[in-house]
Design a protein around this ligand. Structure first.
Ligand code: DAH
Length: 350
């Protein structure tokens, strides 16, 4: 090939390249163009190959020109390919685009019910005071719910108006958590210190302060030489940890068949400065729990030696404590699961 022929091929390759439409090609077309010029028999390939037919001087002069043409061809092909791939990515992204400006669907965050957090708090304090945890069945027999607790056969609490009896069975729904005292003493030897939380059932009309199903925490301590002073110390410590160290308490004489002596414990009203309001029934005090020194008849009923062992017991109403802690005046709010009510209780508060 003469130099003149080579130069003609060069010019024709150059103009063919210009018209090949690299910048409009899609990926398929681009590959076609590449093969057309740089394939084994491609125009540019041929042009580069035919350099070998030229004289050394011509090669020196025209070789770099040919290389430069190839380099600009390669660069154009690469640039187009990159642009197309970019476009492809953008299109793919657009196809399954997420509109970040749309408001998201909020996953509601669950939290513990205020009665649950109250129960946890009561249990936590007693745990710090060395009490362990015991549970008993909701369905009880008369012996555990009444007889072993020294509640006589003709006691009005046994009346079917207060107690839910199971049909055709000598069983009932427990009316308090005190039967767990009996169960604990039947299965463990003293000394012992337990709290027994759980649900209890009574035939009550639902109103602002009564419910047919509610929570109690029973407490029982049995050891040698345990008396009323221990009861007072434990319960005062508990109430001050629960309600604050400035809490004022009052121990009133009372009566429960399973304790002797018996007491009801009041705390100074939270809702008024002690002057009296509907929440404290205008007395300035709110009853918070029942307690007493375990009646020896109960110790005897579970087979403990009542001359060696003595103890005290108490029963706390969970709803009552939750109402006091949160300033809730109607207990029915706890059962209706109204989100507007429940949302107010941040579990970190307890
Ligand atoms: N069982 C009683 C009730 O439900 C509460 C109670 C009072 C429990 C005195 C006790 C106690 O252990 O000593 O009303």
């Amino acid at each position: 090939m003469t130099r003149a022929d080579w130069e003609k091929s060069y010019v024709s390759a150059e103009s063919a390249l210009r018209e090949a439409g690299v910048n409009d090609a899609d990926l398929l077309k681009l590959e076609e163009v590449r093969v057309r010029f740089m394939g084994r028999k491609g125009e540019l390939t041929e042009l580069l190959k035919s350099l070998k037919d030229l004289s050394i001087e011509d090669k020196r002069e025209l070789g770099p020109k040919a290389q430069a043409l190839k380099a600009s061809f390669d660069a154009a092909i690469e640039a187009r390919r990159a642009a197309l791939e970019d476009q492809g990515d953008t299109a793919a992204l657009a196809a399954d685009a997420i509109d970040l400006t749309l408001p998201s669907v909020r996953a509601p965050r669950g939290r513990l019910h205020p009665l649950t957090t109250t129960l946890h708090e009561i249990a936590r304090i007693f745990q710090l005071m060395g009490y362990s945890w015991a549970e008993g069945p909701h369905v009880e027999d008369e012996r555990h719910n009444f007889t072993a607790l020294n509640i006589p056969e003709n006691h009005p609490a046994r009346d079917s108006q207060d107690t839910f009896y199971l049909q055709d069975l000598p069983l009932l729904l427990r009316t308090h958590t005190s039967p767990v005292q009996v169960r604990t003493m039947e299965s463990m030897r003293p000394p012992l210190r337990v709290v027994c939380p759980g649900r209890v059932f009574r035939h009550e009309q639902l109103d602002a302060t009564h419910s047919a199903v509610f929570g109690q925490v029973e407490g029982l301590v049995v050891d040698e030489n345990i008396g009323l002073a221990d009861l007072k110390g434990h319960l005062q410590t508990f109430l001050q940890k629960l309600l604050g160290s400035a809490t004022k308490t009052r121990f009133r004489p009372s009566y429960f068949p399973f304790t002797e002596p018996s007491t009801e414990v009041d705390v100074k009203c939270f809702f008024c400065p002690g002057t009296g309001c509907p929440s404290c029934k205008h007395t300035g005090w709110i009853e918070i729990l029942g307690a007493g020194v375990v009646n020896p008849a109960v110790l005897k009923a579970v087979g403990y030696d009542e001359t060696k062992w003595s103890g005290f017991a108490f029963g706390i109403g969970v709803e009552r404590v939750a109402m006091l802690l949160h300033g809730v005046r109607d207990l029915r709010h706890f059962y209706t699961n109204d989100q507007r009510f429940l949302k107010q209780f941040d579990e970190s508060l307890l």
